[in-house]
Design a protein around this ligand. Structure first.
Ligand code: ADP
Length: 399
């Protein structure tokens, strides 16, 4: 059988992440990042056969130049012959997309229409789609949505207690994000633990720069911590997560903040960075906390408390718990955060296994609680690129 390679593109407002994935093995044949696309000196970094290279990008429309340079690179390395599809990560699929789809004009129109809900992300995703369509006109292009997995949520979980007309006329509701990651790690947990799809209760904590928790019942998302936008829910690197909505009028009326300033405050200056006044990076915060930096310790404590509280609240839709799964850069690597969170949830019956917890890092998978206690907590490295590649290769077969 010939190799089935998929080009996976994740086009953001200032960066373009790319990878060529072997769909059978999940191996990354080529991977890289075009960055600083909205600033000066944009560049492409990539890794191929163990070698890392950095190439400055020519001047011009940086997104377009990045794609053109990537296409040339793929052709120069003779990687185009095995490509069977291009898979695009699309952040917001609104209510229309409940699964991945082959991109056609109607899909593009729907992604455009959803741009009001994700003004930073969807237009950038569309740039990537259009450029890839032009460069690889012979290949099927597939859209994989961050929101799709959460479309199984019930109205009781996704509606805000706002005038219903805001939902009916403007789509104001909770959508949830990180869907590919939550779907992948929960399916892995079901397999590894030998649970049945049809009777399993899993909570997945995707903890990276953005953080979200999802309650998954019988393989389906029933609630998640992010909402209309990826700002709701947990404390994150620079995002506040949940706050009192009354803060908006306080900031506007008492402190004369503009909407733009409030947006920046909540999305870019809050979270771990805001509390610690030091960094948004969890490693830096942990190191500082170890050296008794009081605000770094406080930031970690608030991060963990809010996470544990959110996890506990998901016991309501699940009616019990089989497994708590940690993933993402923090979830996969921070034994400190995992231990604090599991300890706060010990009333559920979980007991941290210090040794397994310390050992579970750098891409390892494993249970980090004592096997004699249920539910279990475990680490499962996420692999969003492989999910996108898989969906793309599967849909491309039918073309
Ligand atoms: P993104 O959401 O951008 O994909 P990642 O999933 O890579 O981000 O997660 C980035 C976060 O993971 C950062 O806060 C980083 O500090 C944290 N992280 C990575 N390695 C470690 C580690 N060894 N200990 C604690 N935190 C870590």
């Amino acid at each position: 059988m010939s190799s089935q390679h998929v080009l996976v593109l994740n086009c953001g407002s200032s960066s373009l992440k790319f990878a060529i994935i072997d769909n059978a093995t999940g191996d990354e044949i080529l991977s890289g990042l075009a960055e600083r696309l909205a600033d000066q000196a944009p560049q492409i970094k990539y890794k191929f056969q163990g070698n890392k290279e950095i190439v400055p990008l020519n001047s011009g429309d940086a997104h377009q130049v990045a794609i053109t340079t990537l296409v040339k690179l793929i052709k120069d390395l003779s990687l185009d012959a095995d490509l069977v599809a291009v898979g695009h990560r699309v952040v917001h699929g609104g209510e229309r997309f409940t699964q991945s789809v082959i991109i056609d004009d109607s899909v593009i129109k729907a992604i455009e229409e959803t741009a009001s809900l994700a003004p930073l992300h969807n237009p950038a995703n569309l740039l990537g789609i259009r450029a890839a369509q032009a460069a690889f006109a012979h290949l099927p292009q597939i859209a994989v949505f961050d929101t799709a997995f959460h479309q199984s949520m019930d109205q009781t979980a996704y509606l805000y207690a706002l005038p219903y007309s805001l939902y009916r006329e403007h789509g104001v509701r909770r959508y949830g994000f990180h869907g590919t990651s939550h779907a992948y790690v929960s399916a892995q947990a079901i397999e590894v633990l030998g649970l049945k799809d049809t009777s399993s209760r899993i909570i997945t904590a995707h903890l990276g720069n953005g953080c979200s928790v999802t309650a998954i019942k019988d393989g389906k998302s029933v609630d998640t911590s992010m909402g209309l936008t990826p700002l709701e829910g947990l404390v994150m690197g620079t995002r506040s997560g949940d706050i009192d909505p009354g803060l908006f009028s306080f900031l506007a009326n008492q402190l004369n903040y503009s909407t733009q300033q409030i947006d920046t405050l909540l999305n870019k200056q809050s979270g771990l960075l805001g509390i610690s006044e030091l960094s948004n990076d969890c490693r830096t915060i942990e190191e500082a906390a170890q050296e008794n930096h009081p605000q770094a310790s406080l930031a970690l404590d608030i991060f963990c408390y809010r996470l544990a509280k959110q996890i506990a609240s998901f016991l309501v839709p699940l009616g019990g718990l089989d497994a708590l799964v940690f993933t993402g850069g923090i979830g996969e690597n921070s034994d400190v955060i995992r231990e604090k969170v599991v300890n706060q949830l010990s009333f559920l019956g979980m007991k941290i296994n210090t040794e397994s917890n310390l050992n579970a890092r750098f891409g390892d998978q494993g249970i980090i609680t004592d096997a004699s206690h249920t539910p279990v907590a475990m680490v499962i490295p996420t692999n969003e690129e492989w999910v996108i590649a898989n969906d793309a290769a599967t849909l491309a077969k039918g073309v």
